[in-house]
Ligand binder design. Structure first.
Ligand code: RP5
Length: 171
């Protein structure tokens, strides 16, 4: 099964998730990448249900020279760590909110990597997914001027929205 791409050209970022049920969370990352014009590909990849695909995806990430892989998973969330074990492409881990433990399990599974194989870990849920995408864009912005401009504009818009908020003028 080939990963789905966003149609913007050769992917620069891979977005993977352990289950289709993670999609709503990971949509946050896809939205940000699309807004910033960062070409990505996305697919479901499970460390325990499709371990062979995990290994081949890591090889694909190197072949495509992806700048990073955003990997979301919940529960015993070994997907980001296993991917990082198979490739030197940087892995950004997103803990998906689990039903049983609210995502604390996902967070600890991802963040507590033993020394030697790093995974950059983000907040639980959509905030983490969005920030992982912004982080991926910031990595690309070190060498891609167009992404840098769009990222700067995104941040400027965000700042302006706070400055323009009329809420405090009435209080
Ligand atoms: C993990 O198990 C997935 O990342 C998902 O967050 C969790 C539950 O998966 P489903 O049972 O909903 O497929 O592998």
């Amino acid at each position: 099964m080939q990963p789905v791409t966003d149609g913007q050209g050769t992917p620069r970022v891979g977005v993977v998730m352990g289950s289709r049920s993670d999609f709503d969370t990971m949509q946050g990352a896809l939205d940000v990448l699309r807004e910033l014009g960062v070409p990505y590909e996305v697919r479901v990849l499970s460390a325990h249900r499709t371990p062979h695909l995990l290994a081949s995806y890591a090889a694909r990430a190197e072949r495509l020279n992806l700048s990073c892989i955003i990997a979301g998973a919940g529960g015993a969330a070994h997907l980001p760590g296993m991917l990082a074990a198979f490739t030197r492409v940087p892995v950004l881990g997103v803990p998906v909110q689990s039903r049983a433990l609210g995502g604390q399990d996902s967070l600890l599974s991802i963040v507590q990597m033993p020394a030697g194989i790093p995974v950059a870990t983000f907040a639980i849920g959509q905030a983490g997914a969005k920030n992982a995408a912004l982080f991926a864009a910031a990595l690309l912005a070190t060498t891609d001027g167009a992404v840098r401009e769009r990222l700067d504009a995104f941040r400027q818009t965000q700042t302006q929205a706070v400055l323009d908020d009329p809420f405090f003028e009435d209080h």
